[in-house]
Structure formats: structure tokens, C-alpha cells
Design a protein around this ligand. Structure first.
Ligand code: LLP
Length: 425
């Protein structure tokens, strides 16, 4: 996020002092910048327009599923990429029209396929031959026709973190590209299917053009092959994956991404779609936390800063060793000399480390810090481990703030739980 320092109030996000947010809504607390989100949505669209493309834009709502986020992006012309029945219903509840929703995912249940068919989504991105056959059975039983896009596994290494790569041959995602033509042939004999095109998504946090280029080249040649066999191919869904600079990475410019898409598909006469998540939402959000205490460590180990935010709130550092900027909110600390610290949360796990060897000033208990670029895969991946309620979510926009999702009530953690009567017997 773009934060500005105010001499009195400390850091501000979109004109709202972070200290005021903490005072009003407590910590830990997620803060989404609506202006930042809108700005990024527009910049992404402009990058494609300048490349001569107007793809349909489906926001990967798994990255940030806040209703305020979905509504903001919908107003900018974005639909959604959903990966579960829950996400489809969430998108619908936020007012996203069914024909602006695409459905991806490696394990769609019958009930989820039925929901997609009933609503008439833009397309269903099918991930296996087995799923295609099952979809045919479901659709014909309902007397419907499914708009089908086959997700191709192009066997391309996205050169990103192992745990967020999805396009290598042994990843669980997509259909091996060599199997696609035979499946299109088979689909001709299967009822209830309208074969519409191909999709590909090779991973996330990708900051090089080359893997995109390799994957898209494979898809483009498949489109030509399929057409040569007499199949109509109308849609190419290019997935998401565009990375951001969390630290000192040189992020791939959206224009460069758009250029790889234009280069591969520009002359193919297909309707293009994209499914970006992180690039839109990550820099639009931060996690606001308070220092509970500090802890001196034995000689040779950096002292600890113990925050009230933890791995149950932001899982990325413990899951992927990912780096998030951490900045003190109050003005004096912003300019104080820094020494390396380990920043941890209170959760009872050694992996509950938010940052290692991080240069930070001496922070006193109660000091506020902002954990940056937390708008993607942040709140959505939170858990209530250690009976820690889900943190509040606040939006800011041009000097205004609103809590759009209150901190989870502690009693909600055990609401609905029972003990069998026969325990007493
Ligand atoms: N489309 C599909 C089919 C996906 O699986 C994903 C992300 C996206 C689009 C959006 O990708 P993006 O533009 O956000 O890179 N939790 C991990 C990231 C997991 C990404 C999963 N799939 C993290 O925190 O880094």
C-alpha cells in the first residue's frame, strides 16, 4: 500500500491515520484501501486496452473475498473466478451476475456442478476427463447445456514458489495438453456439453514473462490443432498469476503480461478472459497489529517483537517463508535507528514467525505496526487456531473509514457445538 507519514498522526492509508483505525476497531485488523483497489483495476484494464485487447476480467476471489472488494471490482467491470460452491454463492451474494462468474477447481462436487448449471455461469473450467464425463451426466439429467472450457496443464514451470506452481506435468491441476484433442472429440458424443475453449493457469506470484509466453504458445497451438480437427474454439482463459514486488523483486508490468497474451492470441479470433487475484488485491490491503511485548533473546539471536497478529491471521510467512514489509506506525519510530528483530505472534508454534532478522527500531508495548501487501491471501487464509477470533476488516477511501466485517465474536468460536447426551450416562 502507499502509506503517507503524517507528522502528528503517524502513517495514514488513503487519508486515514492507522492509529485512528486501531483506536476505533482494535487490533489485529485488516485494512483495505478502496482507492488503491480501484486504481489497480483501472491500470490493469488500461494495460490490456493499450495492447489492443479487451478480455473479460474475472477477479480470483480466493485472494480476497470481502464483499466490499467484490462490489468495488464489479463496479470496475470485473466478474469473478470462483473455485467452490461457497465462492459462487459469495459472488452472487455480492451481486455478481452468473454470466460474469467462471468456475475453476480440481475437485468440483456434483452439488457444485449442479449449482453452476442451475445458475448458468459464464463457463466451467473442467480439470479432467472424469470431470467432463460427470458434468455431461449432470447437465443432461438437468436438461441443460454446460459451457465448457478445458483447463490445460501445459507442463511449464512458472519459476515461482513450489507451493504455488500449478502448471507442471505432475501438479494436480489441468488436463495434459496431449489429451485435449481426444477429449474434444469425445465431447462430441457426450450430451449436455457446449465445448467453448481452453484455460490455463500456471501458478501465482510470477514475475517473468517467459513462463507465461511458453504456456500461452502451447495453448495457441492447441487452438490451431483443434480448429484443424473441426472443433470450434471461442474462448481462451489465460488465468492469473501476475506477481507483485513484496520486497525488492522486480515485478512484471501488467503491460508485459498483456503483451504476451496479445502475442499468443491476438490473431486467433478468440474471446479472451483473465483471472487475476494477487496483483489487484495484495497491495490494496494491510494488516494492522499492536506490539504486545518485546523479549530479549540470548546473545547472538535477534530480540523478539511479539505482535497481537499471528500466523492464524496471516499464514503466508509460515506457509511459504514469504516476506511482507513491516513498518512502525508512530512518527518517532519511523525515523529511529534499526536493529535486526524477529517478529512473532502469540500462537504456540515455532513457525509463528512473521519476519526474521528484520531491521526495526526499538518498539515499546502498544506500538502499532502495519504489515504490508496483505490484501491477497491474507484474511481469506486466516484460521481460529488457538481460539483466536477472525480479525476485524475495515475499508478506507479518501479519508473515510468503515468497519465492513466486525471482529468475530469470541462465543462464535464454539457456537453450535454440542456434547452428546450419552456422555452423561
Ligand atoms: N486462477 C486460478 C485457477 C488459480 O488457481 C489462481 C490462484 C488464480 C487464478 C489467481 O492467481 P493470482 O493472480 O492471485 O496469482 N495462497 C498463495 C497463492 C495461491 C494461488 C492459488 N491460485 C499465496 O499466498 O501466495
Amino acid at each position: 500500500p502507499t502509506l503517507r507519514a503524517d507528522a502528528i498522526d503517524g502513517l495514514c492509508f488513503e487519508g486515514v491515520p492507522l492509529a485512528a483505525i486501531a483506536a476505533a476497531h482494535g487490533t489485529p485488523c485488516w485494512v483495505m484501501g478502496v482507492g488503491t483497489l480501484k486504481g489497480r483495476a483501472r491500470a490493469l484494464r488500461a494495460a490490456f486496452t493499450d495492447a489492443g485487447l479487451s478480455p473479460s476480467m474475472h477477479f480470483a476471489l480466493k485472494s480476497n473475498d470481502l464483499r466490499a472488494t467484490l462490489v468495488t471490482l464489479a463496479a470496475e467491470g470485473f466478474g469473478c473466478d470462483a473455485v467452490s460452491g461457497g465462492e459462487i454463492r459469495r459472488a452472487r451474494a455480492a451481486g455478481i451476475a452468473p454470466h460474469h462468474i467462471v468456475f475453476s477447481g480440481v475437485g468440483k462436487t456434483d452439488a457444485e456442478l449442479d449449482l453452476a448449471l442451475e445458475l448458468g455461469l459464464a463457463h466451467i473450467n473442467v480439470e479432467s476427463a472424469e470431470e467432463l464425463r460427470r458434468l455431461s451426466v449432470r447437465a443432461s439429467a438437468m436438461g441443460r447445456e454446460a459451457d465448457v472450457v478445458l483447463r490445460v496443464n501445459p507442463d511449464v514451470d512458472a519459476a515461482t514458489h513450489d507451493k504455488i506452481s500449478t502448471g507442471r506435468a505432475d501438479d494436480k491441476f489441468g488436463i495434459p495438453f496431449g489429451d485435449i484433442p481426444a477429449l474434444f472429440d469425445e465431447a462430441r458424443r457426450l450430451p449436455g456439453l457446449r465445448m467453448a475453449g481452453l484455460a490455463v493457469h500456471i501458478g501465482s506470484q510470477i514475475n517473468e514473462a517467459a513462463p507465461f509466453r511458453r504456456a500461452y504458445a502451447r495453448i495457441a497451438s492447441l487452438v490451431r490443432d483443434l480448429r484443424a480437427r473441426g472443433h470450434a474454439v471461442h474462448i481462451v482463459d489465460c488465468g492469473g498469476g501476475l506477481g507483485i514486488a513484496y520486497r525488492d523483486e522486480i515485478a512484471l508490468d501488467p503491460r508485459a503480461w498483456a503483451a504476451t497474451i496479445a502475442e499468443a492470441f491476438g490473431d486467433l479470433d478468440v474471446r479472451l478472459a483473465i483471472e487475476p487475484g494477487r496483483w489487484l488485491s495484495a497491495p490494496a490491503g494491510l494488516l494492522l497489529a499492536r506490539v504486545i511485548d518485546t523479549k530479549a533473546m540470548p546473545e547472538g539471536s535477534p530480540d523478539l517483537i511479539v505482535l497481537d497478529a499471528a500466523m492464524n491471521d496471516l499464514a503466508r510467512p509460515s506457509l511459504y517463508d514469504s516476506w511482507h514489509g513491516i513498518v512502525p506506525v508512530a512518527p518517532p519510530a519511523l525515523h529511529a535507528p534499526c536493529t535486526p528483530h524477529t517478529v512473532v505472534g502469540p500462537v504456540c508454534e515455532s513457525s509463528d514467525v512473521l519476519a526474521r532478522a528484520r531491521p526495526l527500531p526499538r518498539l515499546e508495548p502498544d506500538a502499532l505496526v502495519a504489515i504490508l501487501d496483505a490484501g491477497a491471501y491474507g484474511a481469506v487464509m486466516s484460521s481460529t487456531y488457538n481460539s483466536r477470533p477472525l480479525a476485524a476488516q475495515v475499508v478506507v477511501d479518501d479519508g473515510r473509514m468503515a468497519c465492513v466485517k466486525p471482529r468475530q465474536d469470541i462465543e462464535a468460536l464454539w457456537a453450535g457445538e454440542t456434547v452428546p447426551e450419552w456422555f452423561a450416562a
